[in-house]
Design a protein around this ligand. Structure first.
Ligand code: NAD
Ligand code: TYD
Length: 333
């Protein structure tokens, strides 16, 4: 397969590109990425000289950039490109609407023009909103609560409309919170791990009782790969880690793995509109033959070691654009 991956220099995208070239030695990958603050070409440094890999610097909102990538005639497109951080979407939603909705629209138009055989939209459990008890399945209504989630839901609805209206061969994957190597340190696990490695406190929102379902990034890559090859056009697939835990519990686990006590927790004001709990019913993807392989504690230990051993990856990030964002958001914590 020749795959066009968008957003391949981000966290999940870079793990996915590496996964594909490892699992499918005959495949080729074209990576279209705008290199926003979250896109880091060094995430794929090891593939620079691989003849199966081609990087194109471009924006999914720009039809010229998109056409350049599609002119390579991909067999399928997997769209990871997005603005992804809820807190930034609260500070300024506009770029989320641009990339997550209008960018998705530009890709769908290109799929139609070039008659690309398959388009996989990478989405999130956050489009369903929050759930106190039970789990969302793929038929659950969309009730997004943050500007990020609403933008992703807008993208998903456009994908659905292209299937219903034009018969465009699309699939949607909605996964729960991912963690693992190469995650930008604005997200809770890498933020807390790197803060603790720097000897700083960790800012826990509200009462810390919000629940997230954690999925190791490699398990998500395996699921996306399977859905890309075996999924049914027009269908949606939920992918969760089956590992729900409160943020407080998660924080205590990280503290104990890093030999720190609870004085390192700084309770801070809650996030606006903070979803209480996410939970997914994943029977459909399990029926395709997928299951999460990584135990949560093993995955956390692995991730922690990766951040410990790759300070030269995250230290420059934390001292650049991120430093300004951090100060604005968290002050001196
Ligand atoms: P990320 O923020 O780490 O990376 C996003 C990538 O997209 C970056 O490389 C960035 O440069 C690129 N990008 C942004 N705007 C672009 C544009 N206009 N044109 C081209 N490239 C652009 O994101 P991530 O955490 O790897 O998430 C990837 C996808 O998975 C997103 O669609 C996100 O909504 C979804 N998702 C993420 C999670 C999670 O826990 N991280 C969970 C569920 C779903
Ligand atoms: P995050 O990693 O931003 O992912 P998402 O909002 O997409 O789930 O946050 C995960 C959880 O951690 C969420 O409930 C908010 C919480 N959180 C904190 O308590 N403190 C923080 O500094 C951050 C970034 C998140």
């Amino acid at each position: 397969m020749r795959l066009l991956v968008t957003g391949g220099c981000g966290f999940i995208g870079s793990n996915f590109v590496r996964w594909i070239l490892k699992e499918h030695p005959e495949d080729q990958v074209i990576n279209l990425d705008k290199l926003t603050y979250a896109g880091n070409p060094s995430n794929l440094k090891d593939l620079e000289d691989d003849p199966r890999y081609l990087f194109i610097h471009g924006d999914i909102c720009d039809p010229v950039d998109v056409d350049e990538a599609f002119s390579r005639d991909p067999d399928a497109v997997v769209n990871f490109a997005a603005e992804t951080h809820v807190d930034r979407s609260i500070m300024d939603p506009s770029v989320f609407i641009q990339t997550d909705i209008l960018g998705t629209f530009q890709l769908l138009e290109a799929v139609r023009r070039h008659q690309t055989p398959r388009f996989v939209q990478i989405s999130t459990d956050e489009v369903y909103g929050s759930i106190e008890r039970g789990s969302f399945d793929e038929e659950s209504p969309l009730r997004p609560n943050s500007p990020y989630a609403a933008s992703k839901a807008g993208g998903d609805l456009m994908v659905r409309a292209y299937f219903k209206t034009f018969g465009t061969p699309v699939l949607i994957v909605r996964s729960s919170n991912n963690y693992g190597p190469y995650q930008y340190p604005e997200k809770v696990i890498p933020l807390f791990v790197t803060n603790l490695l720097e000897g700083r406190k960790v800012p826990l929102y509200g009462d810390g009782m919000n629940v997230r379902d954690w999925l190791f990034v490699e398990d998500n890559c395996a699921a996306i790969d399977l859905i890309l090859r075996r999924g049914v056009d027009g269908e949606i697939y939920n992918v969760g880690g089956n590992r729900e835990i409160t943020n407080l519990e998660l924080t205590k686990t990280l503290l104990s793995l890093l030999d720190k006590d609870e004085t390192y927790i700084e309770f801070v004001d809650d996030r606006l509109g903070h979803d209480r709990r996410y939970s997914l019913n994943c029977e459909k993807v399990r029926n395709l033959g997928w299951e999460a392989r990584w135990d949560f504690l093993d995955g956390l230990r692995y991730t922690l070691e990766w951040y410990r051993e790759n300070e030269d990856w995250w230290r420059p990030i934390k001292s650049g654009e991120f430093k300004e964002y951090y100060l604005r958001k968290y002050g001196n914590i």
